[in-house]
Ligand binder design. Sequence first.
Ligand code: ZN
Length: 182
Amino acid sequence: MAIQSIRLFGDPVLRTPAEPVKDFDKELRKLVKDLTDTMMDAPGAGLAAPQIGVGLRVFTYYVDEQLGHLINPDLDLSVEKDEEGEEGCLSFPGLSFPTPRAIRAVATGLNMHGEPVTLEGTDLMARCFQHETDHLDGVLFIDRMDLKQRKLAMKEIREAEWSGLSAPAFKFSPHATHGKAL
Ligand SMILES: [Zn+2]
């Protein structure tokens, strides 16, 4: 097990676009393992490399008992949206908010061996693919909310006990994530 500290909102790494993976080496396999271990420990439904301070385009997911990872992802989204679905983020511990997302997503990319992968997801899986790919672009779920919802969210975020603590060493009890945090 190699559980890493999860970076919190306010840490600049969460706003920095990640670089495409070029080397499919042992170091990459270790990154996938670290992401997987950290996600399962949190617990979370997804985790992107920038959330553990690594600026590479890699994420892991664990949705509907399906565990996996994707590297250099590219998304094809349905026009149909779920406007009301609640979404959380491991970098915003204990909070979740209605966040509009496409209902279906097809994610293409590579696995850790550099082989092409196509993943299809609906509902929470689709939401996860969108949320994690956003992390790789430095985009956070608050950016996907409409203005009114974002204002409400920012108020709760400012009042959260972890607010302003962007130091990576902060750890949270698992119950607060509702098992849906990404
Ligand atoms: Zn997140």
